[in-house]
Design a protein around this ligand. Structure first.
Ligand code: IVH
Length: 759
């Protein structure tokens, strides 16, 4: 169906309804209402950079109005937005008439529209039905168009599109954009050259701008680009990272080439950035192929695009085809399904994750965004709902999100949909501020938000069913126990049926539900003798597990795969690790108390505007708590492990000291045969030895030295003890060297160490 057909169909529907005089009035009212919304939308979009309806909704309304105007020409108004391009300039900037109008593009939405477009071109040019027509295809950038006029190679003025005939003079601002040359680069440049293209902001720059104090929060990169370009103070524009792609031209005193491809190559030679994804196509099939490819890149391009623009490549054909009132006959925009759309927020659900985090999820009246039906979107955390960022700054101009609100949903590529904005004008009367729960909706335990944490967490630990099942899913995941045949879905079912409540239960499944038992796995739906047997076999295999995988599988907060394997290499066996963690727990508790004091100090200082004495607050608490030497040295030893900082150390201590969790871990371990990490190198001179580094190293960093030592199979400790085999002492070595001497430990210098390390 071509856009015209589509309009026609909508028009037919309206015509059926509008034959009688009474109904004519209704049509007139409807048309006035459509005009009103479209004019307001135009103004909001072009002049105020604050759109209030989605592009898709706008397009639909415009098509509807155009159809009605065709059916009822006598009811069409001279100020109809159908025949206008954008909003008139708003008066803050000087006006610039465009010598050649800045055009808009016809839109196509599916392959049929594109076929019809190519067919229209063939018939207009009276080319044979199957004669190939070369077409260029390039991303349609979602920014704002600019026209740059160069006289004798020098930039003389820059103008926005405005209403297509008259734009705004934004020359001073355009001069601050790095992608816009002040002087054209290549030789033989026509005396007059007007280059047109799109000014936009990249995703990264947009995020950074919205996160910085300078930017008020813009709803999307297009608004941010428009708002930044239309600043009265060019210094403000200069501080905003705007970019520019050249793709078209206005007045020229000499040609840029014979084809679109050549002209774009010429613009690139002149010093403009042109889009690297532009391609030449020879058939509709190729055009669609490029469109599909570009759509697949959409999420990773780093800037917003909303479709692909096809243009007739031959400039002589373009000249013959010419223009309609606001659009060229030789180009069309093949739009992507909209990534943003508005809908009603029907409720807020709270999901509880593996570490107890309460995540608010928007329950939406289902809508299509980016071609996919969406009924849930993330609301991030309680601050996001309240209109604040995690560090207390205002987002969405401070608008909070309430159940019943009209919300804008954003979905890019495979990114989880999120609620981007809300429309206060459409808030239902009586909608109340959302109260974030302070107890866990799954288990009723208090949900607490610690100082400095952006999320509220359930304190129920393993008694919380949601945490328990998420922990189990993590336990069987690929990087953890990776049990073949035991995926997230089966774990959920077995948990629901009470077959497994904690990891240890997995290793008891066969005894409880295997052959010879009353309830048998093979009796479960979808299970047979064979599949049950192979699941039991897969579980048996995983009784032998590496220490690193086990540690990762425990799902301790902040403990990722890398840190787990560092820990495994450092402690080498389970008992050594468990004993060390048990010893350091009092130190970890003291450090946590110190962190709480530090946060409180930070907050108090921020309130009164004085300098925060964070270090003092921390050390006051540490000094007061009587930590045994043994705890202190176990703590120091853990912190010394590559990649393990105080936050992770506290988290590990917490997991091991929580009675319930510890009992579950011990039950699990009793079923396992834990494999020590493979000796990285058993040949090396230091393999199996415990080393300590002290003083200043001059030829490698401490981290490098440690990594090298571990790769050679050594164990690196943070403090000297009777177990230390070798101390590597650089200049400035103090108490550790002294202690080593007392204990009769061998001490070497950095050069000697290098001789060993490089062997
Ligand atoms: S060509 C006559 N190419 O889309 C040709 N336009 O919806 C003028 N746009 O006003 C436009 N990327 O602001 C063209 N690669 C591209 C484009 C592009 C974005 C914008 C441009 C135009 C609007 C029409």
């Amino acid at each position: 169906m071509t856009p015209e057909d589509r309009d026609q169909n909508e028009g037919d529907l309206a015509a059926e309804a509008g034959a009688e005089p009474g109904e004519r009035n209704a049509v007139a009212t409807e048309m006035a209402a459509l005009r009103d919304v479209l004019l307001k939308a135009d103004r909001a979009y072009h002049a105020e950079d604050a759109p209030f309806i989605s592009d898709a909704e706008y397009d639909a309304k415009k098509r509807q109005l155009a159809a009605l105007e065709r059916q009822f020409p006598e009811l069409a108004s001279p100020d109809s937005p159908v025949s206008r391009i954008g909003a008139a300039p708003d008066g803050r900037f000087a006006k610039v008439p465009h010598r050649l109008p800045m055009l808009s593009l016809e839109n196509g939405f599916d392959e049929e529209d594109i076929r019809a477009f190519v067919q229209r071109i063939r018939s207009f040019l009276s080319l044979p039905a199957h004669a190939p027509v070369e077409m260029t295809a390039e991303p349609k950038i979602d920014g704002l168009s600019l026209s740059l006029r160069y006289e004798n190679g020098l930039l003389v003025h820059a103008a926005t599109r405005g209403n297509g005939a008259v734009g705004e003079n934004v020359t001073a601002n355009a001069r601050t954009i790095a992608d816009i040359p002040q002087r054209l680069a290549s030789p033989d440049i026509p005396e007059i050259v007007e280059i047109r293209g799109e000014c936009y902001m990249s995703h990264d720059d947009f995020e950074a701008l919205n996160a910085s104090d300078a930017g008020r929060s813009f709803a999307n990169p297009r608004n941010a680009a428009a708002g930044s370009l239309r600043q009265l103070d060019p210094n403000v524009t200069a501080a905003r990272p705007l970019r520019f792609f050249a793709y078209a031209w206005g007045e020229l005193s000499g040609p840029l080439g014979l084809t679109q491809m050549q002209a774009v190559a010429r613009m690139s030679e002149m010093g403009f950035r042109t889009n690297p994804h532009m391609r030449l196509c020879h058939s509709v099939a190729e055009m669609i192929e490029v469109w599909t490819g570009i759509e697949q890149m959409r999420a990773t391009l780093g800037y917003d695009i909303d479709g692909v623009v096809y243009k007739v490549n031959d400039l002589a054909y373009q000249a013959r085809l010419g223009l309609r009132s606001t659009t060229p006959r030789w180009a069309i925009a093949h739009k992507f399904p909209a990534e943003r759309a508005w809908t009603r927020l029907e409720g807020i659900d709270i999901q509880v994750g593996r570490t107890g985090a309460l995540s608010p999820v928007a329950r939406l009246h289902p809508l299509t965004v980016g071609g996919v039906v969406v009924s849930n979107a993330t609301l991030h955390n309680e601050d996001y709902i309240a209109g604040r960022s995690a560090d207390g700054r205002t987002i969405r101009d401070g608008k909070d999100i309430r159940i019943g609100d009209w919300v804008e949903v954003y979905r890019a590529g495979d990114v989880i949909p999120k609620v981007a904005d809300i429309d206060l004008a459409k808030r239902p009367p009586g909608a109340e501020r959302y109260e974030f729960p302070e107890t866990c909706p799954e288990c009723g335990s208090p949900a607490i938000r610690e100082e400095g944490d952006s999320v509220r967490r359930c304190t129920g630990g393993l008694i919380c069913p949601a945490q328990a099942v998420e922990k189990l899913k993590h336990f069987v995941s690929r990087a953890a126990f990776d049990i073949e045949g035991l995926g997230a879905k089966l774990v959920e079912e077995l948990f629901r049926d009470g077959w497994i409540a904690e990891p240890a239960d997995i290793f008891l499944l066969r005894d409880r539900y295997g052959p010879g038992q009353l309830t048998q796995l093979k009796n479960r739906e979808g299970w047979g003798e064979k599949s049950a047997a192979s699941l039991f076999r897969a579980i048996e295999e995983k009784r032998h597990i590496s220490l690193a995988r086990l540690l990762f599988a425990l799902g301790i907060r902040h403990l990722g795969e890398v840190a787990a394997s560092d820990l495994a290499r450092h402690y080498r066996d389970w008992d050594a690790l468990a004993q060390a963690v048990d010893r350091l727990t009092p130190a970890a508790e003291a450090h946590r108390a110190a962190e709480t004091a530090a946060e409180a100090e930070r907050a108090a200082a921020a309130r009164t505007g004085r300098r925060a004495r964070v270090a003092e607050a921390r050390s006051a608490v540490l000094a007061e708590s009587a930590i045994s030497i043994s705890a202190r040295s176990a703590w120091a030893d853990l912190i010394a492990v590559n990649g393990i900082g105080p936050v992770l150390a506290m988290s590990i201590a917490e997991a091991f000291s929580n009675e319930r969790e510890r009992a579950a871990i011990d039950r699990l371990v009793s079923h396992l045969d834990i494999q020590p990490p493979e000796a990285v190198s058993s040949e090396s001179a230091v393999s199996g030895l415990t080393l300590v580094f002290t003083g200043k190293l001059e030829k490698m960093t401490r981290d490098e030295a440690k990594a090298r030592a571990e790769a050679l199979g050594a164990h690196v400790a943070g403090s000297v003890s009777a177990k230390t085999d070798l101390l590597i002492a650089g200049p400035g070595a103090g108490s550790k060297a002294k202690k080593a001497a007392e204990l009769g430990i061998r001490v070497i210098d950095e050069d000697e160490w290098l001789a060993i390390a490089q062997r």
